[in-house]
Structure formats: structure tokens, C-alpha cells
Design a protein. Structure first.
Length: 134
């Protein structure tokens, strides 16, 4: 249920702006989908995204399906800020507030999300570790 994501101020603002038929930009829609997919079904996500003035329902359905199929984890605050730098719409309203955009602070994701992130970081450590001589 999308109301659950309102616990996060950034997500609440994205939802409000979508409901007001504002264009939140490609990366705003991507961040919204990457986070909200863990709280709502596909049709609810498509309906919310299709409120964006620049994003018809068919494009919304493709984005939602692509994000689900790719298994994207919710982005870190740093990644959201990187996305934000590529568009006009401010995904994080006040980048100077370190709590805004940290979706892991206010939202509780399914256990497999945290497991996936942990596995990713473990793999990254192993890739960056030089081989030890025997």
C-alpha cells in the first residue's frame, strides 16, 4: 500500500507531487518506483506514476515492470543525489538535510532487500581484494 511509504518525507513529497500531476522527472519516477515497489502492487504503482504530466500509463507500466524484473534495491541517499543532479526536479527537497533521502531510516523493507544489499557489498569486497600469494 502506497500510504506506507509516506513515513519517508521524500517519498511523501513524491506521492503528493504525483497526485498533483506534476512532472517529477525520469529519475524522480525511477527512485519512486525503486522504493515504492516494495510497498504496493504493480497496478497501484502504474496509477501513481501515470499522474505525472509527462508519463502516460503505458510508459509507467514499462518502467514498473523493468524495475521489478531487474530486482533493483532502493537507492542510497548518495545515489538519489547523483540522479537528482541529472534533472531539474529536486527529488530531495533540501539536500543539506542529511536525513532526507535516506529511505532506510524511516521505511522497513522486506528482509530480502537487506539480504540482497549485504550480498552486493560482500561481492564488492571480494572483487576489490587483491589475491594473496600462497
Amino acid at each position: 500500500m502506497l500510504d506506507d511509504v509516506r513515513k519517508d518525507p521524500m517519498m511523501a513529497r513524491l506521492l503528493d507531487d504525483l497526485a498533483a500531476h506534476e512532472d517529477i522527472g525520469h529519475y524522480g519516477r525511477l527512485v519512486f518506483t525503486m522504493v515504492a515497489r516494495h510497498f504496493a502492487d504493480e497496478d497501484e504503482l502504474v496509477t501513481a506514476l501515470a499522474n505525472d504530466t509527462d508519463f502516460p500509463e503505458d510508459k509507467a507500466r514499462v518502467m514498473v515492470r523493468d524495475v521489478i524484473d531487474a530486482g533493483y534495491s532502493p537507492p542510497s541517499r548518495e545515489k538519489i543525489l547523483e540522479f537528482q543532479s541529472r534533472q531539474e526536479y529536486p527529488i530531495i527537497a533540501d539536500p543539506s538535510d542529511p536525513d532526507l533521502g535516506n529511505v532506510y531510516k524511516d521505511l522497513r523493507f522486506p528482509y530480502d532487500v537487506y539480504q540482497h544489499i549485504e550480498q552486493y557489498h560482500e561481492q564488492k569486497l571480494h572483487v576489490g581484494t587483491p589475491a594473496r600469494p600462497r
